[in-house]
Design a protein around this ligand. Structure first.
Ligand code: ADP
Ligand code: ZN
Length: 432
């Protein structure tokens, strides 16, 4: 199902035109109303009149996380506080939280985008949607909530935490769709197993998962355990929250809401725009945002863009599942390693639980990566020899898959800390 056919299936030429007019409008607005943009653009020697087609975007300076820090908390707002109806801020995974403001119009657009994402994941007015992303300053909860209400579904605003109660709600109230982080979907599954409840008494059919990277194998894991369809949704606080891009039934990349956002892919080192189809850092320009418009915002998330037509009928380009953010990339003895790469390899090996952590140390000036992996109850009670064999196998597969030597440590079931929000995958003990 498609929530908004007119926008989501708009012919390319029309979409290009719409993007250009909205781009011009956005660039003029930030130039006139946000001093930080004006000074950056003046410094770069460009002004809004230089933007005459979409390719002219490349003349504009980037906006970075540093700009958010320099203008903390409200310096990047383009409207007076009187027009702001909501303030949200990031979970602060990488430092001081970034702050976002919304006008009423921004809130309506955000709900529209989440309505698209939820519809893509199978939601209709008949759905019962349990939102288990945290409600509060974090964008997940309220973003999902407004989108679900817009569809006319029944929303269970469960917020994060109290996993036992979550499973009970799911069972008793007949949740059909769950919105949460992918790692939490598995935490809930463990709780479901403990509950002794019968799966056939649940109405659970699909899930919309996002806010953290997850591999294709993680999808398979969630889908086969819960027996549901699992869809990916992407976003970030600065951009609007979740709903910037989301999957359709084809599950071949996330459709980026191109009527609201314009995407580029750049080389994260040089800042050069990369040719179509190459992988690099996603740079986003907002096209409709009023309170916090973004021009060439460096997301630090790595992906690639696909403009091939999609079988679902949507015309909006797709971004490939986000591998990780550039700050999540570990450089171990010169080799780039993302937690999602480790995850993907691990989940192909039977007997392993999808719970793992990467611990990095520096020993005698050399980086050492230890991967701690939980094994299933059954495997754990096996003979020591079997455990050693499994450890050796994981080691071999990680070594060849990643191209570096990795230490593997099998740990008892349920020893790795579970998170109610984003999973913590990396412990970096190096003092760099
Ligand atoms: P914080 O930076 O504090 O974590 P946010 O909650 O705004 O703040 O998180 C946004 C980031 O979360 C994105 O930049 C991206 O790295 C990650 N993210 C969000 N959704 C996804 C997704 N579906 N796949 C991979 N990464 C995601
Ligand atoms: Zn599609």
């Amino acid at each position: 199902m498609i929530w908004n056919k007119e926008q989501e299936c708009m012919p390319r030429e029309e979409l290009d035109k719409l993007q250009l007019s909205r781009l011009k409008d956005t660039v003029s607005r930030v130039y006139d109303s946000v001093p930080a943009y004006k000074s950056k653009m003046d410094e770069a020697g460009v002004n809004p009149r230089d933007i005459n087609n979409l390719a002219d975007l490349k003349y504009l300076p980037f906006l970075t996380k540093q700009d958010f820090r320099d203008n903390y908390p409200f310096g990047l707002l383009a409207v007076p506080m009187r027009d702001v109806v909501r303030i949200q801020s990031s979970s602060g995974t990488t430092g001081k939280p970034t702050v976002a403001g919304y006008t009423q119009h921004d809130i309506e657009n955000w709900a529209e985008l989440m309505a698209r994402a939820l519809t893509g994941a199978g939601a209709t007015a008949d759905s019962i949607i349990q939102i288990t992303w945290g409600y509060g300053l974090f964008t997940g909860g309220l973003g999902g909530h407004y989108g679900a209400e817009k569809i006319g579904a029944a929303v269970l605003p469960a917020s994060g935490g109290n996993t036992r109660r979550q499973v009970m709600l799911m069972h008793d109230y007949g949740t059909t769709l769950l919105g949460c982080t992918p790692s939490y979907a598995l935490v809930m599954y463990e709780e479901f197993l403990k509950s002794g409840l019968d799966r056939s008494e649940f109405k659970f059919k699909s899930g919309l998962f996002g806010a953290e990277p997850w591999s294709e194998n993680m999808r398979k894991e969630i889908e086969s355990k819960w027996e549901i369809d699992a869809y990916d949704v992407y976003g970030m606080t600065e951009l609007i929250g979740p709903g910037v891009a989301s999957e359709c039934a084809c599950k071949q990349g996330l459709h980026l809401a191109e009527d609201h956002f314009l995407a580029e892919i750049i080389d994260p080192d040089s800042g050069a725009v990369l040719p179509y189809g190459e992988r690099g850092e996603l740079v986003i320009t907002s096209l409709t945002k009023q309170a916090l418009p973004l021009v060439r915002y460096r997301t630090r998330d790595l992906t690639q863009i696909n403009r091939q037509p999609c079988a679902c009928g949507r015309t909006h380009a797709r971004i490939q599942k986000i591998l990780g953010r550039s700050d999540d990339m570990l450089i171990i003895r010169g080799v780039n390693v993302f937690p999602s790469m480790v995850e993907s390899i691990l989940l192909q090996i039977p007997g392993i639980e999808p719970q793992y952590q990467l611990v990095v140390d520096r020993v005698n000036n050399l980086d050492r990566l230890e991967v701690q992996v939980e094994v299933s109850e059954q495997v754990f009670s096996d003979e020591v020899r079997r455990l050693e064999e499994l450890e050796a196998r994981i080691s071999r597969e990680l070594d060849s898959g990643l191209g570096i030597a990795v230490r593997v440590r099998l740990v008892e079931p349920r020893t790795i800390e579970r998170s109610e929000g984003k999973a913590k995958r990396i412990i970096d003990n190096r003092k760099l």
